[in-house]
Ligand binder design. Structure first.
Ligand SMILES: C[S@@+](CC[C@H](N)C(=O)[O-])C[C@H]1O[C@@H](n2cnc3c(N)ncnc32)[C@H](O)[C@@H]1O
Length: 221
């Protein structure tokens, strides 16, 4: 795996927090649902493409993307938590995809990649963690995409049902009480996601609801 850059703003998580995060991100059911394969297919991924995965984590999107782009494509795995990228590196080695991945340790709002270098950008379940930084991160994805490049986003969404939202956030709060990450998942409505993408400059925005409280968004630069 080629290392593009190290950034001094890497997240300072404890070993226990990293272990909990890996446990959560790598749940076998989550991977078995093959959500990202559908998202990438809908976004038009093709062999030979270069893809930026923003907030790559342990590879939930990067591994399917690396498979889809084939031996002539590549996936830039951007994340500010090196320990999660280490897990991704090991997974890539296990499945023979190392040569297609580029490790980019960096903050989402300051990606050390040149303008217009990517055909596609994908980011799964990162915007809610970025919170107020989400618009700036989408602007960075716009910058690194080539003209007419595609962005594909998956995240949690606030539904129109406040009671349902409360139940879902309470469930996550219980995970936090049990040692999980302290974060708010349901930050964005479908409208919020559309406005953020449009404000970053994206057009032809297509939103879909993957299930009860998730959103998929695909748009063009
Ligand atoms: C919930 S995880 C999602 C990981 C992966 N995309 C997935 O779907 O499994 C959020 C990821 O965003 C990364 N992240 C959070 N804030 C970030 C920032 N400011 N810059 C870069 N990465 C960030 C975290 O390190 C983590 O890997």
């Amino acid at each position: 795996v080629e290392i593009i850059a190290a950034d001094d703003r890497t997240a300072g998580l404890t070993t226990a927090e990293i272990a909990e995060t890996v446990y959560r991100l790598d749940g076998p059911l989550r991977w078995a649902l093959a959500e990202v394969d559908g998202l990438l297919r809908d976004a038009g991924v093709r062999a030979g493409m270069s893809v930026v995965d923003l907030g790559a984590g342990t590879g939930y999107a990067a591994i399917p993307a690396a498979t889809a782009v084939g031996p002539d494509g590549c996936v830039y795995c951007v994340d500010n938590t090196p320990q999660l990228l280490d897990v991704l590196d090991r997974r890539a080695a296990q499945v023979g995809l190392t040569s297609r991945l580029r490790r980019v340790e960096a903050c989402a709002v300051d990606i050390p990649l040149p303008d217009g270098c990517a055909d596609m950008a994908v980011s799964t379940y990162v915007l809610h963690e970025l919170a107020d930084l989400a618009p700036a991160a989408l602007a960075e994805l716009y910058r690194v995409l080539r003209p007419t490049g595609t962005v594909a986003i998956a995240d949690y969404r606030k539904t129109a049902d406040p009671q349902r939202n409360c139940e879902i956030e309470a469930w996550y709060a219980r995970q936090h009480d049990a040692g999980g990450a302290d974060e708010r998942h349901l930050r964005f409505t479908l409208d919020n996601v559309e406005v953020m993408l449009a404000s970053a400059g994206f057009r032809h925005i297509h939103l879909s609801t993957w299930n009860d409280f998730h959103v998929h968004a695909i748009a063009i630069k």
